[in-house]
Design a protein around this ligand. Structure first.
Ligand code: CS2
Ligand code: MN
Length: 356
């Protein structure tokens, strides 16, 4: 297992690479070009510059998160072929600089969805939370709430430019039901996977977060059955998954270790996100520290499912809380993600050594 840490770039992340370099067990940066608008090509020289910056800090860049998918592709507009051609060029440019895995998602309109970005926990730390009773009816209210509570940080998936007219965007999705979205996803996968195979870049779709439909929008990467459908679009190790323990676990019906065993066992998982969440009611949860004792997910079983299947892909600790007075980008401060990395590396060492 190769352990990475998500980084938002020198311009936009208060965490310097040299601090990431000091987290024991972390050897990779999971990065992106956050300023390139969704649907445009990532220029090869910009990818090369990011890689050089990461390597100069003693780290590696082999996973990018996320190359987001333009709404025209998800909706199925005529413009999609041009956007797919751009995506294919981005895959080639990433491959030219040694990127091996692209994390992305296929959620309409929004990426992850929370009602609270700074929910205070009993120990005085702060984490993200979703309280289903607090989801506003109006999307404009939701967009404004996320913007005003983001602590001034940019949040991928909630770009103000793209959501400036969120109502028009939602209307563009009016005829996109589950079946249409799946057909558009299949069209995208069939168009890009031959390039991924030729250029050695594995696609890894992130599950929907939360894994259920919201605000009338379909969501189609929620559970094992959905993952099998995505797999059937083009059966190849290059058409794979970012198994995100926290996102999947938000629905208590998802058996996360079983999902890991199934898909890692079939070599469909180049990348995993490891985090814990605590259920607080139907459709409600808050993010917790990574330890099993702090949340609803048994992280020992999650890591054991990876180890039992000889997982040799990339992993990162996902969302952490704000602790020790840090005011980080929501979910992406330094301290708690670093603690999570150490804990997860400890589980991995204990489980893999015991299995020898
Ligand atoms: C989130 C997402 O749960 C998560 O990992 O932080 O932003 C996620 O990175 C994207 O949905 C992946 O495309
Ligand atoms: Mn995740």
């Amino acid at each position: 297992m190769k352990f990475g840490f998500r980084w938002f770039g020198a311009q936009d992340d208060p965490i310097p690479l040299r601090h990431i370099r000091q987290i024991p067990g972390v050897s990779h940066v999971v990065g992106a070009l956050f300023d390139i608008p969704v649907g445009e090509v990532w220029p090869a020289e910009r990818v090369g510059a990011l890689k050089a910056e990461v390597e100069a800090a003693g780290l590696r860049l082999e996973v990018v998160e996320s190359v987001n998918v333009h709404d025209a592709i998800k909706i199925g507009l005529p413009e999609r072929d041009r956007r797919i051609a751009n995506y294919i060029q981005t895959i080639k440019n990433l491959s030219a600089h040694g990127v091996k895995v692209i994390c992305y998602n296929f959620m309409p309109v929004f990426d992850w969805f929370r009602t609270e970005l700074r929910h205070e926990l009993p120990d005085g730390s702060f984490g993200l939370a979703l309280d289903s009773s607090q989801v506003p009816d109006s999307v404009e209210v939701m967009v404004e709430r996320v913007r005003s509570r983001s602590g001034g940080f940019s949040l991928p998936g909630w770009e103000p430019e793209r959501l400036a007219d969120v109502r028009a965007l939602l209307e563009a999705y009016a005829d996109v039901d589950d079946a249409r979205l799946a057909a558009n996803f299949e069209y995208f996968i069939q168009a890009i996977i031959p390039t991924c195979e030729a250029y050695g870049v594995r696609m890894a779709v992130h599950p929907d977060d939360p894994p259920w439909p919201l605000l009338g929008l379909p969501r189609i990467v929620k559970d094992a059955a959905d993952l099998r459908r995505v797999e059937s679009f083009h059966d190849s190790p290059y058409n794979g998954f970012t198994l995100c323990s926290g996102s999947l676990a938000e629905n208590p019906a998802n058996n996360v270790p079983a999902i890991i065993r199934e898909f890692v066992g079939r070599d469909k998982v180049p990348f995993v996100h490891l985090r814990n969440i605590k259920h607080t009611g139907a459709g409600s949860f808050h993010e917790s520290a990574h330890l099993s004792s702090e949340g609803s997910l048994d992280m020992y079983e999650v890591v054991r499912a990876l180890a039992d299947n000889d997982f040799d892909g990339y992993a990162r600790s996902d969302h952490g809380r704000d602790i020790w007075g840090e005011r980080g980008r929501p979910g992406y401060g330094l301290n708690d993600r670093a603690l999570g990395s150490c804990y997860l590396n400890g589980l991995w060492e204990a489980i893999t050594k015991a299995g020898r």
